[in-house]
Ligand binder design. Structure first.
Ligand code: ADP
Ligand code: MG
Length: 678
């Protein structure tokens, strides 16, 4: 093994955590639970696992480190493998949904919190691990919060929990900012280890572009571009970090920046004469990882780096050399929308604490500046003090099923760090009942036990299982895979190309019989797969080849899960007589009857889930122009802008959902609430 004795630091100064190495290792050894806190960038995520590895923690088990974000898990694993002098995927590996880069011999494993939750399901004592580190706990992601509760429940009685283990499990909870006292109190007043850090002052200024009335505007993209260019031309050398919300606008901002930067005359326009160019780099979750490497490298001499990122750069990944922040004031967040009754990705104002966190990124190595594009009134009126934990704002359906399968029957009195509202828990129970995943007494059904095995939304899982019970999973597995990957369709910005892309996409739709967006996904999957040159086929049809490659891999993995479940003797078998097209749509109905709408007045549809919201078909749907001919439709998801749009739509017949729809109103939530407390 070519392990280096000490990790080489790219910084000249050693990381703050370095001085606490032996005390930290001691602290982990000394108690079951330990809270570790320290400024972002002090070395928690990349160094602590290495210290524990060196101290011999991997002799009788693995070190597992969770991350709320997929990219963070991958990027950090790459970095740590490199620092330790190992090839990624061997001693150091990562696992995220649908992408497992580990082997039997992996000793240090970075993974998403969702992956560890799945492992708990298979092995509640986590017997393979000697240490589990829950990282980025301050982010308060749903899965991390649930893991905290589960580990507390199991390991509060360490003598009992560690019985039969080769080594007692150590649980480390790491957080950049969060109230550590609260965490420690939650974990039985466990010790807290503070890594003192140094942070330089950051001067913050407010802008004038965004005020309380602009909360829904998208003008902030233009504004951040303008401010970033101002910084580039008028401020001294030092890199810029711009916070935006998502891939599309980040790409748009980068294009705009690039165009404008071309016109700069460095002899006259730029204040600091040592600055001779601008390097523009996007950073978002679904970015190819090879592109990400550049983000961390120092720019060439004389060149200023400008990273345009999502919130991932707030705490999950630390970029060195940042001196200036441009803060849009917005973030993309999954929220339960009570108007529509569904979880929706929305662009919302960040919290004040989040804004402070963003600003802090400029003060790591020297004094910095933060330019907020919003005004003081926006700060006071629109930005909440703290970010609401995910558990209090999204659907709990999948998590409640997981808890039930783990034998946590009383999901209301589960030890939550912050409890979700009871109505959210009841809503989850109701939906699980509607999917036949639990019975009236709140017990997991046979079907529920099958459903929990799939890392998919329960509705989609239901459709997959229905198709499988009819003996034709081949129609639904590709659909599930296609709905699990992002960005299938290329949407060129240029109007000329856009027209051609639209035409191609519509042609693909009509090949599958038209008028059904799910069938279009299936047909793209099949056509590409059977094509002799799939990448060329994608190019021709304005489809992202990378997305399709992922979809192929996801489909294989879903198929493996299914094959394993079909070994069970009680796997459901049903027969169907009718044509294939009807069978396909009926399977979809089994999972999506909660997302059914009927046309009401004009072009509007009315949802049938009791909310009775008015929705419209999104222009990207093949059904967009034919909405007048439709009566009943079913949809995959919802997009809220000025109107509520439904995307990925399929026409259905009332008879197919007639027997299912009453289920939406059948159970009494009070009954379920009593059951939940039993
Ligand atoms: P923390 O978890 O405490 O926020 P990290 O362990 O993530 O800190 O980061 C410690 C240091 O390592 C930071 O200075 C960061 O910039 C650097 N670093 C982390 N990942 C990479 C990477 N992929 N490439 C280069 N430097 C990195
Ligand atoms: Mg970290």
């Amino acid at each position: 093994k070519s392990r280096r004795s000490e990790p080489k630091e790219s910084d000249l100064e050693p990381l703050p955590i370095y001085h606490h190495k032996s005390k930290l290792v001691r602290a982990v050894k000394d108690s079951t639970f330990l809270v570790v806190t320290g400024e972002t960038g002090c070395g928690k995520t990349t160094q602590l696992p290495q210290y524990l590895h060196e101290a011999g923690f991997c002799k009788k088990g693995k070190i597992g480190i969770t991350q709320p974000r997929r990219v963070a898990a991958i990027t950090v694993a790459q970095r740590v493998a490199q620092e330790m002098g190992y090839a990624l995927g061997r001693e150091v590996g990562y696992q995220v949904r649908f992408d497992d880069c580990t082997t039997e011999d992996t000793e240090v494993k970075y993974m998403t919190d969702g992956c560890l939750l799945r492992e708990v399901l298979a092995d509640p004592g986590l017997s393979q691990y000697s240490v589990v580190i829950l990282d980025e706990v301050h982010e308060r992601s749903l899965n991390t919060d649930i893991l905290l509760g589960l580990l507390k429940k199991v390991f509060s009685n360490p003598d009992k929990a560690n019985k039969g283990r080769r080594l007692p499990l150590k649980v480390v909870v790491m957080s950049a900012t969060m109230e550590t006292e609260k965490l420690s109190a939650f974990l039985g007043n466990c010790p807290v280890f503070v890594i003192p850090g140094r942070i330089f002052p950051v001067k913050c200024s407010f802008g004038s572009a965004v005020g309380p009335k602009e909360t829904e505007s998208t003008g902030y993209v233009k504004e951040v571009v303008k401010v970033a260019l101002d910084v580039h031309t008028s401020e001294m050398a030092g890199d810029i970090l711009v916070f935006l919300t998502g891939q599309n606008e980040i790409e748009r901002a980068c294009d705009m920046l690039y165009e404008k930067a071309e016109t700069i005359d460095y002899r006259y326009d730029v204040h600091d004469r040592t600055v001779e160019g601008l390097l523009i780099l996007p950073l978002y979750g679904s970015m190819p990882t090879d592109q990400q490497r550049q983000i961390f490298q120092p720019p060439p001499r004389g060149i200023r780096k400008c990273v345009v990122a999502t919130n991932i750069a707030a705490t999950s990944l630390t970029i060195n050399g940042i001196k200036y922040i441009v803060d849009s004031g917005f973030v993309k967040q999954l929220n339960h929308n009570s108007r529509v009754g569904l979880d929706i990705l929305e662009v919302v104002p960040i919290s004040k604490s989040e804004a402070e966190q963003r600003a802090g990124r400029a003060g790591r190595t020297s004094a910095g500046k933060c330019f907020r594009i919003y005004n003081k009134e926006f700060w006071e009126k629109c930005m909440p003090e703290y970010t609401i934990p995910e558990i209090q704002r999204t659907s709990l359906t999948a998590v409640v099923l997981t808890l039930k399968c783990l034998g946590v029957h009383d999901v209301i009195r589960f030890p939550y760090l912050d409890s979700p509202e009871e109505r959210f828990i009841l809503e989850a129970l109701k939906q699980l009942y509607q999917f036949d995943a639990i019975d009236r007494r709140g017990r997991v059904t046979k079907l529920g036990e099958l459903m929990v095995e799939f890392p998919l939304h329960p509705g989609l899982t239901r459709a997959v299982l229905k198709a499988s019970s009819y003996g034709c999973p081949d129609v639904m597995l590709p659909v599930a895979a296609m709905l699990s990957v992002e960005n299938i369709f290329i949407r060129p910005g240029h109007p000329e190309n856009q027209k051609e892309a639209d035409q191609r996409h519509r042609a693909l739709g009509s090949k599958s019989g038209g008028m059904n967006d799910f069938a279009t996904l299936l047909s793209i999957f099949q056509l590409c797969k059977s094509s002799e040159k799939p990448s060329a086929w994608c190019k021709e049809n304005w489809i992202h080849w990378r997305a399709l490659k992922s979809a192929f891999s996801v489909e294989t993995q879903l198929r493996e899960i299914l094959l394993r479940l079909q070994q069970r003797s009680d796997f459901p078998v049903e027969s169907f007589d009718g044509n294939k097209n009807e069978l396909f749509r009926r399977c979809l109905c089994a999972g999506y009857f909660t997302n059914v709408a009927r046309r009401s007045i004009g072009k509007a549809f009315c949802t049938m889930d009791g909310h009775g919201s008015m929705v419209h078909i999104h222009p990207s749907s093949a059904l967009f122009e034919n909405e007048k001919d439709l009566d009943w439709v079913m949809f995959h998801d919802v997009l809220v802008t000025s109107k509520v749009y439904i995307r990925t739509v399929c026409p259905i017949r009332y008879e197919w959902v007639k027997d299912l729809l009453p289920k939406l109103h059948e159970v009494d939530v009070y009954e379920l609430s009593n059951v939940a407390r039993e």
